[in-house]
Write a protein that binds this ligand. Structure first.
Ligand SMILES: [Zn+2]
Length: 169
């Protein structure tokens, strides 16, 4: 698959920040990386993330591992829906957002076009796309992408354009 045929992935700012919040929830009891799977609707060469799934990951070591069973349960959420697996986000403890060897080898569901986002600081500061490592599975392995906007676009989730707010009523 060439880059031109790969889906451009869209996510709302609300789900992007919810992703960071869920990642940070892994680190509340003790420092730990976390993982969130992204599912959505893919059509033409666009994919829109609609659904976040947190697998029952093993974080004993401070890094994330997911068993075959945990991943099967994560996938079961989308059975009977038009949703497909689009990729995942995982957290790192510091500002360092390059894929580790383990990330390259062990990340769940490796096929052409899937996206992998590395969120710094255990997700504590939200998902600021310019601080994240953005990877896609291209030609058989994860490659860090430089032109992030050609791969991932963050959309507004809602807008309230009322000039008088309910508070002022
Ligand atoms: Zn990692």
């Amino acid at each position: 698959m060439s880059k031109e045929e790969m889906s451009l992935i869209y996510i709302t700012d609300e789900l992007a920040q919810k992703t960071a919040k869920l990642l940070h929830s892994f680190a509340l009891r003790r420092p730990s990386e976390g993982v969130v799977y992204w599912f959505g609707i893919e059509s033409g060469n666009k994919a829109v993330i609609t659904t976040l799934v947190v697998p029952d990951a093993d974080t004993e070591s401070g890094a994330v591992r997911t068993s075959v069973e945990a991943n099967a349960r994560a996938i079961s959420v989308i059975i009977g829906t038009p949703l497909v697996y689009v990729g995942q986000a995982h957290s790192h403890p510091s500002a360092y957002v390059r894929h580790s060897h383990v990330d390259d080898e062990c990340t769940f569901a490796q096929f052409e076009g899937v996206i992998s986002i590395v969120v710094p600081w255990f997700g504590k500061n939200g998902l600021n796309i310019n601080e994240c490592g953005v990877y896609r599975h291209i030609g058989g392995s994860f490659q860090r992408v430089k032109n992030v906007e050609e791969h991932l676009v963050i959309l507004p989730a809602f807008a309230d354009l009322r000039q008088c707010t309910a508070m002022e009523e």
